[in-house]
Unconditional design. Structure first.
Length: 218
């Protein structure tokens, strides 16, 4: 995972309380042990306040010296505009990317885009999170190899880009821990991992607090 790199506010008091509390709640997300997650630089121009995480579904080898493989990876960005946004239909927006390499049989399925989108909505529904105005794309790309790479088998990659507006709870604060957990469920599904009972996932955590867009990196 890339090292964390934050854009800091001049004063923590400048960060709106709902945004700060929403991002702090990410620490309470219950994530599977295969998930590795880190803060990453947030986009500067999409909203007055933004916070981003990157994650990977990791497979560790069983023996000494075995390599670690990323089965899927992605990015989750939390956007906040205290004034609201007509397109979002709210003051928060969750923007995500999930991608993985698929088995050839799955990659050839003509219903793959529809099924993949249902994985996202199903993950959100399974976590019982409130959300609205979902939108996104599912992209399937095939790779064939030639020349010095001709020995490689053809590969199919899938990329799911999606965004939705999380329902706001008391104080205008959405339960971002549940949204993060649902997104990580999607990552595990595209990685081909078997499902687990939701209450069996161990507690994970992420660190730094929300940072204000537009400040200088350190």
């Amino acid at each position: 995972m890339a090292a964390a790199h934050e854009h800091l506010a001049d004063s923590a008091d400048e960060v709106p309380i709902p945004f700060r509390q929403a991002v702090e709640a990410l620490r309470s997300a219950r994530l599977r042990p295969e998930i590795e997650i880190d803060p990453t630089p947030a986009p500067k121009r999409l909203a007055p306040y933004a916070y981003a995480l990157e994650a990977a579904v990791v497979e560790h080898g069983t023996g000494p010296g075995d390599e670690v493989r990323d089965l899927a990876d992605g990015r989750l960005v939390v956007l906040h505009n205290p004034a609201g946004d007509e397109t979002w239909q709210g003051t928060f927006r969750v923007v995500t990317l999930a991608r993985a390499e698929l088995e050839p049989e799955m990659g050839a399925d003509p219903l793959l885009p529809e099924v993949s989108w249902s994985w996202l909505t199903g993950a959100l529904d399974a976590r019982a999170v409130g959300y609205g105005a979902p939108s996104g794309t599912v992209t399937r790309a095939g790779s064939s190899y030639f020349g010095a790479l001709a020995a490689r088998e053809p590969a199919t990659q899938i990329e799911i880009r999606a965004s939705w507006t999380p329902a706001e709870g008391p104080g205008g604060v959405p339960d971002l821990a549940a949204h993060l957990a649902a997104w990580c469920d999607l990552l595990c599904q595209v990685a081909g991992l078997p499902p687990v009972a939701l209450d069996m996932a161990p507690r994970g955590g992420v660190v730094p607090l929300p940072q204000r867009r537009g400040s200088q990196p350190h």
